[in-house]
Design a protein around this ligand. Structure first.
Ligand SMILES: Nc1ncnc2c1ncn2[C@@H]1O[C@H](COP(=O)(O)OP(=O)(O)OP(=O)(O)O)[C@@H](O)[C@H]1O
Length: 580
């Protein structure tokens, strides 16, 4: 690059972190070196050319502002990501000077003001991401002029006014949820799930359940219409509910009535197992006066079951699988035989808005080892999260339920913990609402997919206790998740069940007495042919013991654990490849 471009970029970086005098040195940006030979961290150039093409400065605690004029001196810039910092100020109109931009990601900062309408001049732009900032004002209508734009994510800001008339036909991603937008949704919005538009009280049109008022009606008439349709819906849901209750009464088997609240599978006279609907006193639904309508079930994923309707969910055969600290879990068979796991969340103190926001932001953070919710339902008194039912059981079953005779050898165990630690480390790095972590990590919350890949379930479901009043006596922090991860590692290594915090104490005692191998699961020791594998088991044990250190500050981070486990797994795989 030419010297004046280098000078401008260095000045741009200084403004991104005005208090951090070291940043330019730390990232190796210097007038005397060439950004295109790989020495400038966060910068890359088009192969064969000498001009800067990409700038990626993510998660660096940058707390200054973006000087677009300085930045756009690098006129070939095609991709810019400044996500996950603490940048303030606005996005200046000068950004249009970077006319080659294809991708811009400014998400997770504290940027404010309105988006400049000059953005419409970035004719090559395909991806524009400004989610999770404090942007406000109108969404610039000029954005609709960018023909190649295929992803626009602007959720979790304070944008207001109406939504410009984007033609969403060619869009791959579009999210304007949690703003203050109002009016009709653009053409073809229904190709996206409701979660792309939630959290804007004034928006209407498909896929949202609020239909737009027809034109030429006075506001008063419209309001009356909304009120009347509200009454009709309320009446309808009441009728549906009555129908359901009377059906339910007919269906509930006497055995289940006798069993009180314990309803599980009931064997009929013919000896065939059948499933009872929810018994009295344990309905999945709120009492009639508070019942919600079908429309409040929000689909997050387009799965093969079409729209999921709350009432249908209630009518479907269900089986209680567990009643945990945070709620009850039902297995529900929906239309077409699709099996679902429905978690009815116990904590009534969570505000609906917080729950909605969390479910939607969880949906945007995807990791192959984290089970995403398919849908959720939220009324004043009920919060449900719907997941795909996993038929292969949990890590708990695999370790402690005699495992139906299936072997669970060392390399499979290492592969499972590598998946779980990688998923957890990814989730800890992502900001999901203000969720500090999982909050209830344990072997029964690690399920197996049909391909036996581990899936962390229930991430994001635990509510943040309000003002120090946590009804559940279980710490909720990243450090507490690390402790829980340590217990999982210990269970995997010893094959023993953790009762209270006894397992950590027992392992520590054995290790102190220096009969370390005694702690390992016999099945694992029997299988070991190489000392190297045994060495790796000891290394994993050391990681586990660090995780369960009584002092939270002394524990490693989830990222460090994931790296250590990954190294062990790579070494294990290499040694297996040598053997075969
Ligand atoms: N999506 C799912 N598919 C299949 N089984 C599941 C699914 N989610 C949970 N389970 C299993 O259902 C059982 C009950 O789950 P539940 O979440 O109520 O139990 P828990 O984890 O002990 O409770 P809590 O998480 O509230 O402390 C557990 O054995 C769990 O492994």
């Amino acid at each position: 690059e030419r010297d004046n471009v280098k000078e401008s970029l260095i000045a741009f970086l200084r403004k991104l972190a005005p208090e951090n005098f070291q940043i330019v040195q730390d990232l190796n940006w210097s007038i005397s070196t060439d950004p295109c030979v790989g020495t400038w961290l966060g910068v890359s150039c088009r192969p064969g050319s000498r001009s800067v093409e990409t700038i990626v400065l993510e998660g660096l605690n940058l707390d200054g502002s973006i000087d677009a004029d300085l930045l756009c001196q690098a006129s070939s810039l095609a991709s810019l990501s400044l996500m996950d910092n603490s940048l303030t100020g606005d996005l200046q109109p000068g950004i249009a000077g970077c006319s080659k931009l294809i991708k811009v990601n400014l998400s997770k900062n504290r940027l404010s003001g309105s988006l400049p309408s000059s953005l419409g001049r970035l004719v090559k732009l395909k991806h524009l991401v400004v989610s999770s900032n404090n942007f406000s004002g109108d969404l610039p209508p000029s954005l609709t002029k960018i023909l190649g734009l295929i992803s626009f994510l602007a959720d979790n800001n304070h944008f207001s006014g109406s939504v410009p008339e984007f033609n969403l036909t060619s869009f791959k991603e579009f999210n304007i949820s949690f703003n203050d937008l109002s009016g009709p949704l653009p053409w073809n919005s229904e190709k996206f799930a409701q979660s792309s538009f939630l959290g804007n009280s004034g928006l209407c049109g498909k896929p949202l359940s609020t239909t737009c008022p027809t034109l030429h009606k006075s506001k008063k008439i419209v309001n009356t219409a909304v009120m009347i349709s509200g009454y009709v819906l309320l009446g309808l849901s009441f009728v549906l509910l009555l129908a359901y209750i009377s059906m339910g009464k007919k269906k509930i088997a006497p055995e289940a009535m006798k069993a009180g609240t314990d309803r599980k599978k009931v064997t009929s006279a013919s000896g065939k197992k059948r499933v009872t609907p929810y018994p009295p006193g344990d309905h999945l639904v709120a009492p009639p006066s508070q019942s919600a309508t079908a429309s409040s079930m929000v689909m997050l994923q387009k799965v093969g079951i079409g729209e999921l309707c709350f009432e249908e969910l209630l009518k479907a055969p269900a089986e209680l699988l567990g009643r945990g600290r945070f709620g009850s879990l039902y297995k529900v068979v929906a239309d077409g035989g699709v099996e679902l796991a429905v978690k009815r969340i116990k904590d009534w103190t969570v505000l609906g808005e917080e729950f909605q926001r969390k479910m939607v932001s969880m949906d945007q953070v995807r990791h192959p080892n984290v089970l995403p919710a398919i849908a959720f339902y939220c009324s004043k008194t009920e919060k449900l999260a719907v997941f795909a039912f996993q038929n292969n059981g949990s890590l708990f079953n695999l370790l402690h339920d005699n495992n139906k005779g299936r072997p669970f050898n060392w390399s499979s165990r290492l592969r499972v913990v590598a998946g779980v630690t990688s998923g957890m480390s990814f989730m800890h790095r992502s900001i999901i609402g203000h969720t500090p972590g999982h909050g209830n990590l344990k072997t029964s919350n690690i399920l197996f997919s049909s391909a036996m890949e581990p899936l962390i379930s229930e991430y994001g479901l635990r509510a943040i206790p309000s003002a120090g009043s946590d009804p559940v006596d279980l710490p909720f922090s990243r450090e507490a998740d690390v402790y829980a991860m340590g217990i999982i590692l210990l269970e995997v290594l010893t094959g023993k069940l953790n009762e209270g915090s006894d397992l950590a104490q027992w392992v520590n005692a054995v290790v102190r007495e220096e009969w370390t191998v005694e702690v390992f699961d016999r099945a694992l020791l029997a299988e070991q042919e190489s000392e190297a594998s045994e060495g790796r088991m000891v290394r994993l044990l050391q990681v586990a013991l660090k995780c369960v250190d009584p002092s939270p500050a002394a524990r490693p981070t989830m990222g460090q654990i994931a790296t250590m486990v990954q190294e062990l797994q790579t070494a294990e795989e290499r040694s297996l490849a040598c053997v075969t």
